[in-house]
Design a protein around this ligand. Structure first.
Ligand SMILES: C[S@@+](CC[C@H](N)C(=O)[O-])C[C@H]1O[C@@H](n2cnc3c(N)ncnc32)[C@H](O)[C@@H]1O
Length: 361
């Protein structure tokens, strides 16, 4: 521990600077209280807590009011930090830290944000955290926890996760409907709970299952085991299996080469640097048949709930633009093949699609 004489006397910690910093933060806090319903959020949540203490069910109206005031407050600060030029990086950090301190106790009352924050498997966005989003929060039957989860699941980032699952399900079903070959081979990389694949099978007639061969690849053995249990339960063994591999090592499994019609990955490359994304794209290129297709999801820089991921839950992602995705594809083995960008309804999750062109003579 430092004694008083050792405490830094750099400009950063000079009394003038500290006063300036604290005046800056006071002005921001005053602005946020004035321009957002933060106060209403606190009043509403106090009523939620009171209902819970009295064993009275929280009304839907109160739950919705709490969620709306939470959303509006976060959206205001999100725009302030990420979409204006008002602040230096240090100032943004100070605002983010204040938001964290303001909401952390609230976060820890919900099963979803508290797990997301504590990261029991040492990674943000492990398969169970993602599965909870798909479950919609009903797993937390405490009054307060339920409302906290509701607030988070209505954040654009969580809605985007649920939407991208729907996007992939529809995409695969559409491909199968127009299938001109015997079997459609699909690999999901970083498959997590692979919920969209179960949804695909649930939407198909049983006698059509044999048209689909799916592989889920995830480096987390627990994620694979949990999906394997469900495969057994649903008797899908002949059509769906998992492999526990690290996506960065896929290049060495040459038996996968030229075997897949579709390889997709949602919620993975946003964790990786450009250099590693290019490596992942090259590994995928190798797995695809000629004319096979890749779809890669990445959160867009426009995301309106980046604040809660960065500062409330310490869930760091690399946000990218359409131009970033096109650049990464062009630097990979996909070269100049056209890249199409779709978005799910929230406009948060970009889905970049590209076809492997057969080699020219
Ligand atoms: C955010 S989840 C996404 C899960 C799924 N794609 C979805 O959208 O529901 C990220 C998943 O990536 C897996 N993962 C992280 N790094 C990986 C790597 N290097 N190789 C394979 N899987 C990885 C994690 O175990 C986790 O299941």
């Amino acid at each position: 521990m430092k004694n008083c004489n050792e405490i830094s006397t750099s400009h950063e910690h000079s009394p003038e600077k500290l006063t300036q910093n604290s005046q800056f933060l006071h002005a921001i806090i005053e602005e946020v209280y004035r321009c957002t319903p933060l106060n209403n959020f606190k009043k509403n949540f106090a009523l939620v807590a009171k209902s819970a203490a009295s064993h009275i069910a929280v009304t839907q109206e109160l739950a919705n009011n709490t969620q709306h005031s939470f959303r509006k407050t976060l959206s205001y600060v999100n725009t302030m930090i990420y979409h204006t030029e008002r602040f230096s990086d240090d100032q943004k950090e100070a605002i983010g830290k204040w938001i964290h301190q303001e909401f952390i106790a609230f976060c820890l009352l919900g099963s979803w944000p508290s797990r997301s924050f504590s990261k029991p498997q040492n990674i943000a966005g492990d398969h169970h955290t993602i599965k909870q989003i798909y479950g919609g929060g009903i797993q937390d039957d405490r009054n307060t926890g339920h409302v906290v989860n509701l607030c988070f699941f209505n954040e654009p980032a969580c809605k985007a996760v649920a939407n991208r699952k729907q996007y992939m399900k529809n995409y695969i079903l559409e491909k199968i409907e127009h299938l001109q070959q015997e079997k459609y081979h699909v690999t999901s990389i970083a498959s997590g709970p692979a919920e969209e694949i179960f949804d695909v099978f649930d939407s198909m007639e049983k006698d059509a299952y044999s048209t689909l061969k799916v592989t889920g690849i995830d480096m987390d053995k627990r994620a694979c085991a949990s999906v394997d249990d469900r495969i057994q339960e649903k008797k899908l063994n002949a059509y769906f299996s998992t492999q526990a591999h690290n996506v960065l090592s896929l290049g060495k499994y040459t038996y996968l080469n030229n075997t897949q019609d579709l390889v997709y990955s949602m919620g993975l490359v946003d964790y990786f640097s450009d250099k590693l994304v290019i490596k992942i794209l090259n590994n995928i290129y190798q797995m695809l048949k000629p004319h096979g297709e890749v779809i890669i999801g990445n959160f867009h820089t426009n995301c309106d709930s980046r604040l809660f991921l960065d500062y409330l839950l310490d869930w760091k992602l690399i946000y990218r633009t359409e131009q970033d995705m096109c650049r990464l594809f062009s630097l990979s083995k996909f070269g100049n093949s056209p890249v199409n960008i779709d978005f799910e309804e929230q406009g948060v999750n970009m889905l970049a699609r590209c076809v492997k062109q057969p080699p020219t003579d």
